[in-house]
Ligand binder design. Sequence first.
Ligand code: ZN
Length: 356
Amino acid sequence: MERRKFIRNTGLALSGLAMSPRLIANSTTDYKLPDNWFWSHGSSRISVENWKILFDRLSRAGFNGMLSNGNHQFYTDLAPLCKEFGIQLHAWQWTVNRGGYAKEHPEWYSVSRKGDSVIDKPPYVGYYKWLCPSNEEVRKVIADDYANLTSIPGLSGVHLDYVRYCDVYLPTGLQPKYDLVQDHEMPEYDFCYCENCRSKFEGIHGYDPLDKDDPVADEAWHNFRLDQVVELVHGIVDAVHAKNSIITGAVFPTPEMSRRMVRQDWARFNLDAYQPMLYHDAYLEDTHWIARGIGEARAELGPDIPIYAGMLFGRNFDPKLLVETYKEVRDAGGNGISIFTGRSLSDEQLKAFGKI
Ligand SMILES: [Zn+2]
């Protein structure tokens, strides 16, 4: 894997480099985003020796950005080890899907078009506890949470996930698993109709969305909800940038699919980089679909914002196909790839990728 030269932040031309323009403007220190990323489940039960083996394998093949979940202590302990291998550690935390406040603040949670709170009737799966993105208290708690993470020594940035509404539509390949044919917006998966959302919308547009015969067809109501997540994210971005740290996100495959499937208008998020989850198997697509998704994202984001194709595949996935997909992603304007998870890569896949 080519090691790009370390670039100083003195207003150099950025074309083709994985560096965010905003970082150049805000940061007082040199910074360069990783070449390629991997998600990893953080656990303090994993031994130092085990982490070292993983980091050695991945860093040699050109993966030098780690997106890990975990708590503050875990990140504090792991950061020096990552540094030894030239790997940047970024704190991967779920953003809107968080059940932890349910007892104290049930009013913070989303309500479906059927009138059910996710606390009583979580959609699809038991851990789907979606906060209401328009709630100001919710916005502050989430932004503070990410801002606090940035104070961890050695942590390079934070990473958003589940930063959207509940799935209105599941990926095509997943619908049969839930025994669903989602050919329209079903009321039990359509959020958020809490008092706060409806009155906030009515304050702007002069009517309650539930007074419409078909709220789904109401464009203003659709756009209002896109805006709620965008505003929530902008609050987090501001809080993280105020701490001079960087912020990235795992988002849905393409901007168009994301708006339609989960009301996630991520091309407007103002993140420093994006890792769209272009998991082709979940959408019953071939691997060329991955680079096409990157092309669509590039067209909406413009030339400068780094995008890394999120990929998910098994150990039997042909190493040659991994190399070919990487090249297609680069040709489509992507900066690299992000693998879910780093531990799932075989020696053969890493060997082939490392040769590029
Ligand atoms: Zn709401």
